[in-house]
Design a protein around this ligand. Sequence first.
Ligand SMILES: NC(=O)C1=CN([C@@H]2O[C@H](COP(=O)(O)OP(=O)(O)OC[C@H]3O[C@@H](n4cnc5c(N)ncnc54)[C@H](O)[C@@H]3O)[C@@H](O)[C@H]2O)C=CC1
Ligand SMILES: CC1=C(/C=C/C(C)=C/C=C/C(C)=C/C=C/C=C(C)/C=C/C=C(C)/C=C/C=C(\C)C(=O)O)C(C)(C)CCC1
Length: 534
Amino acid sequence: MATKVTITPFEATALNIIPALASNARGTFRTHKTKNLEWRLVQLRKLYWAVEDFKPQLLHALAQDLHKSDYESLLSELDWVQKDCLFMIDNLAAFAKDEKLGAPHVPITFSMMNFRIRKEPLGTVLIIGPYNYPIQLVLAPLVGAIGAGCTAVIKPSELTPASAMVLKELIETRLDNNAYLVVNGAIPETNALMNEKWDKVFFTGSAGVGTIIAKKAAETLTPVCLELGGKNPAFITKNANLALAAKRLLWGKTQNSGQVCMSQNYILIDSAVVKTFIEFLKAAEKEMFPNGAKASPDLARIVNQRHFHRIKKMLDETKGEIVMGGQMDESELFIEPTAVLVNSTDDSMMAEESFGPIFCIYPVHSLDQALNIASSVHRTPLSLFSFGSKAENNRVLNEMTSGGATINDSYFHGSVNSVPFGGVGDSGSGAYRGKASFDCFTHLRTVAETPGWAERFLSVRYMPYNIKDLKFLQKITAVKPNFDRRGAIVKGFGYWAALVFGLGGKGAKGALLRWLLVLASGYALLAAKEARRA
Ligand SMILES: NC(=O)C1=CN([C@@H]2O[C@H](COP(=O)(O)OP(=O)(O)OC[C@H]3O[C@@H](n4cnc5c(N)ncnc54)[C@H](O)[C@@H]3O)[C@@H](O)[C@H]2O)C=CC1
Ligand SMILES: CC1=C(/C=C/C(C)=C/C=C/C(C)=C/C=C/C=C(C)/C=C/C=C(C)/C=C/C=C(\C)C(=O)O)C(C)(C)CCC1
């Protein structure tokens, strides 16, 4: 029998208690209890089980907010967060351990000073989430914050109210309620939160709101991690497997009904193969939705009417030709996965991030033209996809930057929870996931410890200065370049000596390996000779 699920109606947190909530989280950080590794592990273990135990409510909320299928909710939200917890739990001790700093970071002359990097939690952080993955996109950063030893306040999106309310109950009943809190609400509540002092703000959402958040944070020199959107290109050349490209790119626009910031906005395709590609797209759509997209229980809906109309407007205003899809139904907030053939970068389909199940196809006559167009549409998108020969894919990677990239698929680089994820330029700054989530909320604090006995060697630094001391210091600490003023490597005595004594190997490790090989061969020869003699 299915579990009966009741979700509390959405309620915004009272504005007047927000300062006290933030102060509570700051106060808890000051108790230093979050610095204890075992304490952090317990919170992560509790979060893992909270997600498990709240599964019925979470699945219900995601279905209510976005019509997400349980399949997708589990794959990309709940299982994802649980895997995140387990990854952090398994690796926390290694991540949090002091890193000893020896050569080449610390000169041998200072090696007695026990230089090390201590991993310090940043403090109390604010995590602001978007609507498209309302659970995963706040809990995954939270895993990083807990792992790093921070306390946190979470502000889920108000556009997914059921998920926001379940999150509040989950976090506040299962985690340390003085360390981890949820504030629900929209702009006024976010503004009230931004009036507080944070040690970092982790924001996922649109570039426009990201700008507001970054400006406000700058007033108090608060660091920010910004996970923003972008106009993401896909490149398809004559050498691509067109059937595979069509199926995989369609997947990118069907999961969560394309409300995925890293999915493609437009496809730049060699004009010689555009017709065949469109045929493959249509075939892929038929295969995924044998009874039509609207009848599919798998396809999510657009989050609300505002976003429905935003996407509809892009389609209404296009001068291009709809070559796949095009159906929509406002009463259900349904938009069919839709492809539009366009011939201008000014087209409404190219001008904005679609953040929905629609995308456009732009035929080009060369990869040169494709790269020029992509750089002019958005020079630093969140992701890019390349389908071509190895050389063509390398060229795309080389000549066009992006937050992340996938060759021969849609956003697989962003579909594994333990590899770093983040934007570049105006698609975001800072990264998280896997170890990067720990690093995102950690200060790398260099610590040196100067032993008292070293004083007589170090006294050269004190006034009154004596130039002779400096000369001596320069002599013993000198490092000489192995290059000249033209930037060319000088092949002097050092170079040839390293080559000869290093047996041509690169660096100390390479040389050692070669020497070991020589010694082992010599030993084997001698042993063989001995054996023959016997
Ligand atoms: N890089 C990434 O990982 C992701 C980026 N996104 C981007 O997010 C956008 C869609 O998500 P939305 O929820 O619509 O983003 P949004 O930027 O409208 O909202 C994000 C958060 O900011 C708050 N907010 C909205 N307006 C605000 C204002 N004026 N002042 C202060 N706070 C405000 C909202 O309450 C919400 O919690 C797309 O542009 C998408 O590309 C979405 C998911 C992932
Ligand atoms: C490969 C071999 C094997 C294994 C095959 C397996 C395990 C295949 C699994 C494929 C799956 C499940 C692919 C799809 C994954 C998609 C995910 C998790 C999507 C996540 C989406 C997210 C997190 C969205 C985030 C959104 C953001 C940030 C945004 O809006 O930007 C065998 C079977 C082991 C055999 C050998 C070969």
